[in-house]
Ligand binder design. Structure first.
Ligand SMILES: [Ca+2]
Ligand SMILES: [Ca+2]
Length: 389
């Protein structure tokens, strides 16, 4: 949805006590399983009505929205009138959030409150559930009407690469009521974002988005984010260092960190309000049947070593080189970089910037791919690399 969250982040920074205490669903668990890095097989999350999906996906977290109130162990309710960084017109209140009949309901109302003319709701899982790679789903029925802007999206837990948009934003589904019957997927990064006009949202027709529930979904693996509506792929963003040789990988694809989920119904704002607001549409409600998060059961499924990285080449960016992404049966988690035959460091994507070496000295660099259970490829062919000061 663009920017926002600055106030929330500041507040969370003040109120959090050191490290995250939330159950990180990307964390590995020690075990005596037979894989090289000891990763444990996944145990399905008990609160998910569909514990597994084809392809090795196991439920790690879910909210099916049973009961009669929002589960505050899973969600934070945002209360503010700061416009989400997009000049939105609503004041977010807890009163606009309800759980009934198996769904979350976020209702926008035409009512004056603390200087705003509309109220609505926004919730997030920050410090309660984070994702780093996996599959995130929400089944939703969207509100219509000119001026609404509903979203199911993700923001980084920590700004590892700087403030928005440097640490990334993933918009799994956005719906603006003035342009009905289609949803949008998008992402924002330092070099691909709405402020620069370089983040192109992709639209997917969903003819009954307002009348029926539909499944909106992201599958995220290292270097690749793919979005789906009712199982049909409509958006993909990947990392290709050869196409962006002048920047560090995180400027193009900062999506190697933990992200949390946000659900909200904005009123007005730079996108949703660009055709004005129809005051006859209120109250209007966004319904969410469930949010489910799945992870791949690498320890059970993975059998093969990754392929050897190939085509090492110097990038334009100083002291930087890249290579072709390796393939693997269940995914390459990282690459190990070697200099003159000695291990130097791990990197998450297929680009490496060297630091601290001797100027004008020629080094031999190599990489090997490592998958999620610790299986390794052989070392790549060497690249001769002159380090510059
Ligand atoms: Ca439900
Ligand atoms: Ca493998």
């Amino acid at each position: 949805m663009k920017k926002r969250l600055f106030a929330l982040i500041a507040l969370m920074a003040l109120t959090s006590c050191g490290g995250s205490s939330s159950p990180s669903i990307s964390s590995s668990e020690s075990s005596s399983s037979g894989v090289p890095n000891g990763l444990a097989p996944l145990v399905p999350y008990e609160g998910c009505e569909v514990p597994t999906l084809d392809g090795g996906w196991v439920a790690r977290w879910a909210d099916e929205f049973g009961g009669t109130e929002l589960d505050d162990t899973k969600w934070n309710i945002e209360v503010n009138g700061d416009g989400g960084g997009n000049q939105e017109l609503q004041y977010y209140r807890s009163e606009n959030i309800a759980v009934a009949d198996g769904s979350l309901a976020i209702t926008a109302k035409k009512e004056a409150y603390l200087g705003k003319q509309y109220t609505s709701g926004r919730i997030n899982t920050k410090y309660r559930m984070e994702v780093r790679y996996g599959r995130v789903q929400a089944r939703m029925k969207l509100p219509g009407g000119r001026g609404t802007w509903a979203a199911f999206w993700m923001m980084p837990l920590f700004n590892a690469y700087g403030t928005w948009p440097k640490s990334g934003e993933i918009d799994i589904m956005e719906y603006v009521g003035y342009n009905p019957n289609g949803v949008y997927g998008n992402r924002h990064t330092e070099i691909f974002n709405s402020n620069l006009g370089t983040a192109n949202a992709i639209r997917k027709s969903v003819d009954t988005a307002e009348e029926d529930f539909h499944l909106y979904e992201m599958i995220w693996s290292p270097g690749l984010i793919t979005l789906y509506a009712d199982g049909a792929q409509f958006y993909q963003a990947g990392y290709t260092p050869q196409l962006n040789p002048t920047v560090k990988y995180n400027a193009a694809f900062p999506f190697d960190q933990e992200f949390f989920v946000i659900l909200n119904l904005a009123i007005g704002g730079t996108w949703g309000g660009s055709q004005g607001v129809d005051d006859t549409i209120f109250p209007c409600t966004m319904l969410v049947d469930y949010v489910r998060v799945y992870g791949l059961d690498y320890a059970t499924m993975d059998q093969d070593d990754p392929s050897v990285p190939t085509t090492l080449a110097k990038a334009t960016l100083k002291n930087t080189f890249h290579w072709m992404k390796s393939t693997d049966d269940y995914g390459v988690e990282q690459y190990a970089v070697y200099v003159d035959g000695t291990f130097l460091k791990y990197v998450n994507l297929n680009q490496c910037t060297l630091t601290g070496l001797v100027a004008n000295q020629v080094y031999s660099v190599q990489v090997k791919a490592v998958d999620f259970v610790g299986r390794e490829s052989a070392l790549s062919d060497p690249l001769s690399f002159t380090y510059v000061s």
